[in-house]
Write a protein that binds this ligand. Structure first.
Ligand code: KG4
Ligand code: ZN
Length: 333
């Protein structure tokens, strides 16, 4: 089951070839330099950069995998959620290849890709599980009772975790994208230096709220400045990060207990966060849970996760009509 995976939902042009869960090629053309000076992703520029990068990237991916278009058993592509113009670039390419080769087309939900990225290194036995999906656009807890079935347990009522990381990083002058830089800075800080609020920690559900934390950070810095005191950026970063991680860890473990599953899957760009990985591993061990997360490269957007998700769906006989459209707010399940 050789599947080409194409991912263009945001600011990474990513292409992979997999044989079920085995990655034969996984390439990413990052657009960081395109968006950096704007401090965020500019949708029109993202679409244009995808157009330029995609075709050569597909060629190199096939060459790396040692196969041609004719060897493909399927073409998987992200159909949502994401930026509509960016999604359409990948979908046009995927449809053309599927049409030209006769290989089936399979549309993949980007969030499902983030969850199934775990199959690459941990194998296909992932369910039943509770999944924490934390990315630039999403923060949610999902129950996956069996492969490819999802039940939303809760999600953020305002900002996504990655968005919060990026905003505080920008405030600290760490550039774009801010998550990885804030993660690095936090390693030199004290996570208990400042006690920021743990929003919705005791809400009794699996929802999250992150916009209040952002405001609390800004207010704290303002108050300290007015009092003539310096704020240590590393302490600020570590304390902010700890407030996010605390709630995510607690709610994920609670959800696993409530659903009586033994496996916790983490997925999405924010799972590249050192502290989140560390704390989740520790909490999982204490609770007797199997906590799985992808290696760093497979946490942030990539083509392999889309190709694997596509392979799983194709193996079940699923196909997507060539008439499928991009869905910027596609939901999981
Ligand atoms: O999944 P992803 O690559 O793209 C989306 O689907 O949104 O996630 C990107 C998000 C960005 O907000 C980025 O700042 C964040 O993931 N991120 C991190 C880290 N690496 C990436 N956040 C915290 N710590 C990190 N190490
Ligand atoms: Zn993503």
């Amino acid at each position: 089951m050789r599947v080409l995976g194409i991912e263009t939902s945001c600011d990474e042009t990513a292409v992979a070839v997999v044989d079920r869960e085995t990655v034969l090629a996984n390439l990413i053309a990052s657009q960081v330099d395109v968006h950096e000076r704007f401090g965020g992703v500019v949708p029109e520029l993202a679409s244009r950069a995808h157009v330029e990068a995609l075709t050569p990237l597909i060629d190199v991916a096939l060459e790396t995998a040692g196969c041609g278009f004719r060897d493909l058993d399927g073409v998987a592509v992200t159909v949502g959620p994401g930026l509509v113009g960016a999604l359409l670039v990948g979908m046009a390419a995927a449809k053309s290849i599927a049409l030209g080769t006769g290989a089936p087309l399979i549309g993949v939900n980007h969030l499902e890709g983030h969850i199934l990225a775990n199959a690459v290194e941990h194998g296909p036995e992932l369910t039943p599980a509770v999944c924490l999906v934390v990315s630039g656009g999403h923060t949610m807890l999902v129950h996956m009772p069996e492969p490819l079935r999802y039940e939303l347990l809760g999600q953020t009522v305002d900002d996504a975790a990655g968005e919060a990381f990026d905003k505080i990083a920008r405030f600290l002058g760490l550039g774009f994208p801010g998550g990885p830089a804030l993660d690095r800075l936090a390693r030199d800080g004290d996570p208990n230096a400042i006690r920021f609020p743990r929003a919705m920690a005791d809400s009794g559900d699996f929802d999250f709220s992150l916009s209040g934390l952002k405001t609390a950070v800004l207010r704290h810095v303002e108050a300290e400045r007015q009092a003539g005191r310096d704020v240590d950026p590393a302490d600020l970063a570590a304390s902010f990060q700890e407030a996010i991680v605390d709630v995510q860890v607690a709610k994920t473990i609670d959800a696993a207990r409530e659903r009586r599953v033994e496996t916790v899957l983490l997925g999405g760009g924010v799972v590249a966060n050192t502290r989140l990985r560390e704390r989740m591993e520790k909490a999982g061990a204490e609770a007797g849970l199997r906590v799985l997360f992808p290696s760093m490269d497979l946490c942030t957007d990539n083509g392999a996760m889309i190709a694997v998700a596509g392979a799983w769906r194709l193996l079940r006989g699923e196909r997507t009509s060539h008439g499928v459209g991009a869905d910027p707010s596609l939901e999981l399940g």
